[in-house]
Design a protein around this ligand. Structure first.
Ligand SMILES: Nc1nc2c(c(=O)[nH]1)N[C@H]1C(S)=C(S)[C@@H](COP(=O)(O)O)O[C@H]1N2
Ligand SMILES: [Mo]
Length: 252
């Protein structure tokens, strides 16, 4: 999207085509401008492409999710997705995550691992943002951590890199395109409302992607993989969510 302006796309006809003539035409235009999400195959894929493309066109790449004040922080924070009961994760919990490492690999100049202490030593950022679950509930909280863009710059993403995949200890995985991965509000968080991130909410480290639904904010992170394509990667749909009926792109 870097070089494509909203005006250019609209005058090229994607906006018109989506409403009037052919979805196929709109999808061809989306393909031309690199606006096809990884889960675009099949009947539902046309809709996914239009949602993703329309958002990318109507919102500039750097548009920000609303940020709130401390007074707006929710008193109650529901949990969706309990901590993994598996041995490796439970051992990390028991050890206070001292042995936890975030593995960073793929199309990077300097692959490696980061401990929680190492991440805490990097410049930290905070955001008070809204997290909405697809099931209808939501909450506002203060999240503290490291901007994903900072980590990506540290490890040096290669020019051909297009997606950032995150793996969690419970088997959940997802990916972001570079526009979302480098977005200033996309964080790797280790703090919630001024305290260590509670285990229920994704300790030791979770992703925060406030411009998308809660399920993109993957908890219990274990690994980050940088890649150029999601087509031949696992299910080919960019995320474990499409396996459960949810789209890869969950913009709000
Ligand atoms: N690893 C992992 N991350 C996850 C989930 C999960 O089950 N496993 N649930 C997601 C969903 S559906 C939502 S709405 C949010 C909920 O975050 P919370 O439990 O901190 O409220 O986490 C998301 N991240
Ligand atoms: Mo959710």
């Amino acid at each position: 999207m870097n070089t494509v302006t909203r005006r250019k796309i609209l005058t090229t006809g994607l906006g018109v085509a989506a409403g009037a003539t052919g979805l196929a035409y709109a999808q061809r235009q989306a393909a031309r401008y690199g606006l096809i999400p990884p889960d675009s195959g099949g009947i539902w894929g046309v809709g996914e492409t239009l949602t993703y493309a329309t958002q990318r066109i109507l919102m500039s790449t750097n548009s920000l999710a609303r940020e709130f004040s401390r007074a707006d922080i929710s008193k109650v924070i529901p949990v969706s997705g309990r901590p993994p009961k598996t041995d490796p994760f439970q051992r990390l919990v028991a050890g206070g995550f001292a042995d936890w490492r975030l593995q960073v690999e793929g199309m990077v100049a300097r692959p490696g691992t980061f401990s929680l202490d190492q991440l805490r030593q990097l410049p930290s950022s905070s955001q008070i943002t809204h997290q909405a679950c697809e099931e209808g509930w939501s909450f506002i909280a203060e999240w503290t951590g490291v901007k994903l863009s900072l980590l990506l710059h540290l490890v040096g993403i290669k020019p051909e890199a297009k997606f950032v995949v995150v793996d969690a200890y419970d088997g959940v995985w997802d990916s972001l395109d570079m526009s979302d991965a480098l977005h200033p509000q996309t964080f790797l968080t280790y703090g919630l409302n001024g305290k260590d991130l509670p285990t229920d909410h994704g300790a030791p480290l979770r992703l925060r992607v406030p411009r998308q639904l809660g399920y993109k904010s993957v908890k219990y992170l274990s690994r980050i993989i940088i890649t150029d394509s999601m087509k031949n990667f696992r299910n080919g749909k960019g995320s474990s969510s499409p396996d459960y009926g949810y789209s890869w792109f969950a913009g709000i």
